[in-house]
Design a binder for this molecule. Structure first.
Ligand code: ZN
Length: 343
């Protein structure tokens, strides 16, 4: 059952990859003597005990005992099997591993994920074009102007528009000969008796990307405050809400530079801050902040500023998050926003 990747291929990947370079994408590392030191992503700690040795190409945590080579790190951090980790690292460094080496089940799983990413990417193209290039996009453009979104932000976050009508996306993917049951798996269309219809209609579209820059899902904001104001993709094989933070893909370098990160609730909270030059910001999108979220964020910053609404729900959410931050031994400040904002 297990996938076979030839030993020389594995050695190839291991020799090409640089463990400091790779782990740095997920953990803030500081050079100390010959080694690099950071906060362990695998257990809660305030003083760094996670070391990476460029010389030996291994990592080790003196706090929890986790350690190993570049593949062990990826297996732990991304929750992958060994062959999947080898592939993950290979892809990062542009090394080709043929699919011949995969078992049938792995091939199916891998192919399905790739297919879903591709559909999501094609949908991003469609929504962005609809916003910029079509007369129906005028509604979306006007709305974004009203929300004072700058062209830079629209471009940077790939904002788009889902036109009015029940089957724009259905027709778009039909014309590309993409099976609609695959499109349904991404959540972009919904099955009904004998057919499909678009989930997102007459909405501003926010593509949701993971830290590896892949499109995992979408959010949609109604233009006329019709309910629900916000609609999100469901959980899918590529969209796991517990571990996705909106905006981190675009803002991670800024978080790292600032050493701190603002955590807000919604798309426009994040985009408005960004428009005002505060770029070290991520959004939880209505899901309560999870331990996974926090462990990911600790790879980019040491200090967290939670920004909440002053309504009851906001204050409850702030309280819940406090205990989480205490458990994770993270530095935290809380900002409660004044009332009367437009979500
Ligand atoms: Zn540890």
């Amino acid at each position: 059952m297990s996938e076979f990747i030839p030993d020389d291929k594995i050695a190839d990947v291991r020799n090409t990859a640089d463990i400091v370079d790779l782990i740095s994408e997920y953990v803030v590392l500081k050079k100390v003597g010959k080694n690099f030191l950071g906060l362990c992503p695998f257990h809660a700690e305030k003083t760094p005990s996670f070391t990476v040795s460029p010389e030996k190409q291994i990592f080790h945590c003196f706090g929890c005992g986790q350690g190993g080579n570049v593949f062990n790190f990826v297996m732990q951090y991304q929750n992958l099997s060994f062959p999947e980790a080898v592939r993950f690292v290979a892809k990062k460094y542009g090394i080709e591993i043929s699919a011949r080496n995969m078992s049938a089940a792995q091939k199916r799983k891998f192919a399905q994920r790739e297919k879903l990413f591709q559909i999501n990417e094609d949908a991003v193209d469609y929504f962005r074009k609809a916003l910029v290039d079509t007369s129906s996009g005028e509604r979306g453009r006007k709305y974004l102007a009203k929300r004072r979104m700058t062209p830079e932000v629209i471009e940077r976050f790939w904002l788009g528009y889902a036109p009015m009508g029940w089957n724009n996306i259905v027709r778009y993917f039909s014309s590309k000969k993409v099976p609609l049951d695959d499109v349904e798996t991404t959540g972009l269309v919904i099955a009904k008796k004998g057919g499909y219809y678009d989930r997102f209609r007459d909405r501003i579209i926010f593509p949701i990307l993971d830290i590896d820059q892949r499109v995992v899902g979408f959010g949609g904001r109604s233009l006329d405050n019709s309910l629900p104001k916000y609609l999100n993709s469901p959980e899918t094989p590529v969209y796991h809400k517990r571990s996705i933070l909106y905006g981190l893909h675009a803002n991670k370098e800024m978080c790292r530079k600032a050493g701190s990160v603002f955590i807000v609730e919604g798309y426009f909270d994040l985009l408005s801050l960004y428009c005002h030059g505060i770029k070290n910001v991520v959004a939880t999108l209505g899901t309560a902040l999870t331990q996974e979220h926090l462990r990911i964020l600790k790879g980019y910053a040491r200090e967290f500023i939670l920004v909440f609404d002053s309504d009851n729900a906001g204050i409850k959410a702030a309280e819940r998050s406090l205990s989480l931050f205490a458990e994770e031994k993270a530095n935290i400040r809380i900002v409660i926003l004044p009332e009367g904002r437009d979500p």
